[in-house]
Write a protein that binds this ligand. Structure first.
Ligand code: GDP
Length: 370
């Protein structure tokens, strides 16, 4: 069945389809025999009290956000603190009308121990402001450890006041995990969420009833094509996506030296004073230091083996490494960010750095987080 045939899920109203389990309205082909069909996501929420993540492309996502803009709502925007820039969703304020936005910076359990949460919060507030978003508040959360969830609930009550609450965000920010946390920690106890009623119906969205007439609404995530994760298999992703608190690694580099983050990024320190490059990435990713003059050859000989991921197989499909040059002026405190892979904190002594990443993967400089 294609997406064009319009049988819809009786739970959420999404058009049913059998092709993509991560897209709204997915049902296994065998389920189509039935008269009344509910999609995988509605099935899970009714039977297991659990939401599954579904994703969509930009156009559909904008359509959904506009719906949010027409409602009187509180919008929770979830971002991944580890991939803040990659998961940010630009143009967001355009779509959501005058509704208040509560920013949840998730995966705080990954941040190094010595990071001061207040500084992180200030940094997030400042970054949000620079990109034109004025959240009513920012909460650091961890769907995994449960940290910050109580505070998030408090803020939902404070700013929700009779409004529907929409949970939005890019794919992989932990939106489903966060909602499931809320369902489990605040569900049966009836403190805010009652999942006893069948989730409501609005196209592509799941309404989870709250105490009053209002709902907590799970919106599909938008797929972010700038992330490295789109080019890797689940096995490789286990090495690349941090599972545990990040231990920053310090490399004292002279100019004309290169760092490889496995075979996924090559960072050439072309010009500048000797300085530390502090790498914030998965503890499981292999980092290799070499001379710039040897870097081409090293990559040619060892990409797919020593420099892995990508594995030899993934290397056949991944776009070629493409170079971007960055100039950091004296006095500027910058992080070099590679979407989905992490960031490198740089000294303010000035530098020229060439970064090679698979074509299409986001790289850039930002105000230093730490
Ligand atoms: P969604 O696509 O936004 O719904 O994201 P998911 O809830 O499916 O989570 C994406 C990935 O991030 C999964 O591997 C989760 O286990 C992981 N994840 C979600 N929340 C957290 C968190 O608070 N901390 C960490 N370390 N990982 C998380």
């Amino acid at each position: 069945m294609s997406r064009k045939q319009h049988r819809v899920c009786i739970g959420c109203g999404a058009a049913l389809q059998t092709e993509d389990p991560d897209y709204p309205g997915y049902v296994p082909a065998s389920a189509l025999e039935k008269e009344d069909i509910i999609c995988k996501r509605c099935f899970r929420i009714t039977h297991y009290n659990e939401v599954a993540n579904v994703d969509m492309e930009a156009e559909d996502f904008e359509r959904i956000l506009r719906t949010v803009g027409r409602d009187r709502a509180l919008v929770i925007k979830v971002v991944d603190i580890f991939d803040f820039d990659g998961s940010w969703l630009r143009n967001f304020p355009e779509y959501i009308g005058n509704n208040p936005v509560l920013l949840a910076a998730n995966k705080m359990d990954l941040l190094p121990k010595n990071m001061n949460p207040n500084r992180v919060l200030n940094w997030i507030r400042q970054s949000a402001k620079e990109s034109g978003l004025k959240p009513v508040d920012v909460v650091l959360t961890s769907a995994r450890s449960g940290e910050g969830i109580g505070l998030l609930v408090e803020k939902m009550k404070q700013f929700g006041g009779g409004r529907n609450i929409y949970v939005t965000g890019a794919t992989n920010v932990g939106k489903s995990s966060l909602i499931n946390r809320l369902l489990h920690d605040y569900g049966e106890a009836g403190q805010i969420i009652t999942t006893s009623r069948f989730p409501g119906t609005t196209l592509d969205m799941i309404h989870i009833p709250l105490e009053g007439k209002e709902s907590l609404i799970d919106t599909p995530g938008i797929i972010n094509r700038h992330q490295i994760s789109h080019h890797l298999t689940p096995e490789s992703l286990k090495l690349v996506v941090p599972e545990q608190r990040i231990n920053p690694k310090v490399y004292q580099l002279n100019s004309q030296q290169t760092l490889f983050l496995a075979g996924l990024a090559r960072i050439d320190f072309v010009e500048g004073e000797r300085q530390p490059f502090v790498v914030y990435a998965s503890n499981r990713i292999y980092i290799h230091r070499t001379k710039l003059e040897n870097a081409d050859q090293l990559y040619e000989l060892h990409a797919g083996e020593l420099l892995s991921p990508p594995t030899a197989e993934e290397l056949k499909h991944i776009p070629p490494l493409t170079k971007t040059t960055f100039h950091i002026k004296k006095g500027e405190k910058k992080d070099l960010v590679i979407s989905g892979l992490g960031w490198i904190a740089l000294r303010e002594t000035g530098a020229r750095i060439d970064v090679h990443v698979p074509q299409g993967v986001g790289v850039g400089l930002r105000r230093r987080l730490v």
